[in-house]
Design a protein around this ligand. Structure first.
Ligand SMILES: *[C@@H]1O[C@H](CO)[C@@H](O)[C@H](O)[C@H]1NC(C)=O
Ligand SMILES: *[C@@H]1O[C@H](CO)[C@@H](O)[C@H](O)[C@H]1NC(C)=O
Ligand SMILES: *[C@@H]1O[C@H](CO)[C@@H](O)[C@H](O)[C@H]1NC(C)=O
Length: 648
């Protein structure tokens, strides 16, 4: 097993204005047919607009483990526009076959020009090692200036209303005004371009449609309304210390349905030195809304502020990437006058500690708040426990707010009166035939739920092959409610593949999570008792709590299987925080057991079988080293959103 560690973790500079990269902590497992070699490659992306005078540029890279048979790829595109140059760089693994380093001049200058470098190699680890723009770039030779002037713009956002002008080379007759789209290889960006061209038309790319792993296209007409938008996509929540602000983030992306716009929502709940940061971005049916900062409750003491926006004027217009735009921590100069009241201090998605730390409330504050703020929508499901200082009694932290962007928000401060009691317990078994013979599933304990919670019961079964050991884990207890109360059996992967199946039920009466054995799941499973065997042989294993070791026993696989699987299912929630190792046989049609499912009943699950970043996930940025020694190692105070759980 290889943990994907970024060994040259990014050094980068404030003045380069690059967002810190999300750390994609993929836990990679290499597998497939024995004897196959796997490569390690340089990995990451850069997109930036620079002055031509800054070239040549250099960078350092992250790295990744590829899957069997994959090679290392690298693609660099330089687009020159008079005094400016846009650089797009992507490196990583690829299934493409080897290709010698190739430099292509898609459009020759002067004026606007596009040149690219692409390469795919397998001869050694990290062979995609281009470190600089030097092979592609030569200082532009002097051009005879003409008489035409064109606007000069190169922007990943909007062009300014009155962009600066440039004098075009002699013989140039037209001004270009369009958008270049790059999609693929961890790059998703739209570059607005205005510059000099020797002929009319929307043909800066000169027919180019693909550069390395990227699809490229251009468009010179304003958006027509029937086109679909691409939006940034993200949903995350973290509790952060005020000292780590401003917070910065990067996001993945998605393509919307016709008519949908892009929404941007950031909610901050500030409680003393702690701040809950909730970010949700994505496509929305809501109508356009200018950026709006709303103080739902002003401080000092507990305060709630949100930024919301809905836009349609360009792809990725929901690109807010820092809290700096709308909130700065109160400076010590205007520090509140302390009063005499002490209140507990808690901001937590779990329980507050039995004796939370105390805070001194601002002068004039008379009450301690103790409640749960519920957030639902835009990919956020959260019950946030809050204890802090308020100027008046009551359960009214939100000051009447019910909706923030795509989220419904509500609060509850009632003690445990209207709460449920549920069966509580976890269970796991590793033995033969768990998919044929029911086992008892009695929970020995009871649990008093928190307000708003319901009872749940969840079973997850993994059975790699007939006659082999299988694994069953179960959980009963309280849970935040889920959509749909009906018991659900899901077959995530079926015979002749490794069988992975689950049962989940959420219900809202006392002790309703009362299934007494695993037959609630087994009645829906089927598999031949004596399957026809094929020729493939694979190691077979299930492990509770760890990955499978190298020396699993080898079996002959059922007919119609074509490759061996090795992976881990990481399961969190419902009393579990465990990894289950799985090995077995798979048919050609199937590489994954969970098919991107992220939630099974009360469990959050994640399958780790591959080191490849999923498409749409932001790849880590590469580090710049512009010249030598001009860069200081910094994280720029940013933070790293997990780039998972956001792609359908
Ligand atoms: C590019 O050069 C112009 C002047 O030629 C300067 O004002 C600008 O700050 C430079 N931009 C960068 C990113 O260095
Ligand atoms: C456009 O591409 C063709 C080959 O695909 C090339 O011969 C030609 O020079 C290119 N045009 C410009 C202006 O670069
Ligand atoms: C509560 O909301 C109203 C408007 O909805 C606002 O005027 C008022 O200032 C808010 N109260 C606090 C304490 O922030």
């Amino acid at each position: 097993m290889h943990y994907l560690v970024r060994e040259s973790v990014v050094d980068f500079c404030h003045h380069l204005d690059m967002s810190p990269a999300p750390l994609l902590a993929f836990l990679g497992v290499t597998f497939l047919l024995p004897g196959a070699q796997t490569l390690r490659c340089q990995w990451g992306t850069i997109e930036t607009v620079r002055n031509v005078s800054e070239l040549p540029l250099e960078w350092t890279t992250s790295q990744t483990d590829c899957e069997a048979d994959e090679g290392c790829r690298e693609t660099l595109v330089l687009i020159e526009n008079g005094p400016q140059v846009t650089l797009v760089l992507t490196k990583g693994c690829t299934e493409e076959k080897d290709q010698e380093a190739k430099i292509t001049e898609h459009r020759a200058g002067p004026g606007l020009s596009i040149i690219s470098y692409t390469r795919v190699c397998r001869h050694e680890d990290f062979c995609n090692n281009l470190p600089t723009t030097t092979p592609l770039w030569a200082p532009p030779s002097a051009t005879v200036p003409g008489t035409l002037q064109c606007p000069l713009c190169f922007s990943r956002g909007d062009c300014p209303e009155n962009p600066p002008k440039q004098i075009c080379p002699a013989g140039y007759t037209h001004c270009y005004n369009g958008v270049l789209k790059f999609r693929g290889g961890g790059i998703a960006s739209n570059l607005r371009v205005q510059g000099c061209m020797p002929q009319p038309g929307c043909n800066l790319l000169n027919g180019t449609q693909v550069i390395g792993p990227m699809d490229v296209s251009e468009n010179c007409s304003p958006k027509s309304g029937v086109e679909v938008l691409d939006c940034k996509r993200e949903s995350s929540e973290t509790v952060r210390n005020v000292s780590t602000f401003p917070v910065e983030w990067t996001a993945g992306w998605q393509t919307c349905e016709i008519g949908e716009g892009c929404q941007d929502t950031v909610l901050l709940i500030v409680n003393g030195a702690q701040v809950e940061v909730v970010i949700t971005k994505g496509c929305t049916e809501a109508k356009d809304q200018e950026p709006r900062v709303t103080w739902h409750r002003k401080g000092p003491g507990l305060s709630v502020v949100s930024y919301t926006r809905v836009c349609r004027h360009r792809d990725f217009c929901n690109d807010l990437s820092t809290t700096e735009a709308f909130w700065t921590p109160p400076s010590s100069a205007d520090a509140k006058v302390p009063g005499t009241l002490h209140c507990p201090l808690c901001l937590s998605r779990g329980d507050c500690p039995e004796s939370p730390p105390q805070q001194i409330c601002p002068a004039g504050y008379t009450h301690c708040y103790n409640g749960v703020v519920r957030l639902r929508g835009g990919g956020i499901i959260s019950n946030l426990r809050v204890q802090g200082c308020m100027p008046q009694p009551g359960c009214n932290l939100l000051n009447g707010t019910q909706v923030i962007g795509p989220m419904d928000v509500s609060e509850s401060c009632s003690p445990q009166s209207d709460t449920l009691t549920c069966h509580l317990g976890v269970m796991w078994r590793v033995r033969r035939d768990l998919s044929q013979e029911p086992v008892d599933w009695e929970a020995s304990a009871l649990q008093e739920c928190n307000p708003g919670e319901v009872c749940q019961e969840t079973l997850l079964l993994a059975d790699p092959a007939p006659g082999q050991k299988s694994l069953l884990v179960g959980s009963k207890g309280c849970s935040s409610p889920e959509r749909g109360n009906a018991p659900t059996v899901s077959i995530h992967s079926s015979f002749p593949a490794i069988i992975v199946a689950s049962y989940a039920r959420f219900c809202s009466s006392n002790l309703c999570n009362s299934a007494s054995d695993s037959s609630v799941l087994l009645t829906s499973l089927s598999r031949p008792d004596a399957p026809v065997l094929g020729y493939l042989q694979c190691p077979v294993c299930v492990q509770f709590g760890e990955s499978c070791s190298q020396d699993s026993s080898v079996i002959t696989c059922p007919a119609n299987t074509t490759h061996c699987y090795k992976g881990d299912i990481e399961t969190r929630g419902g009393g579990f925080f465990a990894t289950f190792g799985i090995q077995g046989c798979m048919p050609a049609s199937s590489r994954s057991l969970l098919k991107k499912v992220q939630k099974i009943g009360v469990f959050s699950v994640e399958e780790h079988r591959s080191t490849r970043p999923r498409s749409g996930a932001p790849a880590p940025y590469l580090a710049w080293a512009v010249g030598l020694g001009s860069c200081v190692a910094l994280w720029c105070g940013g933070f790293h959103l997990p780039a998972k759980s956001i792609f359908p």
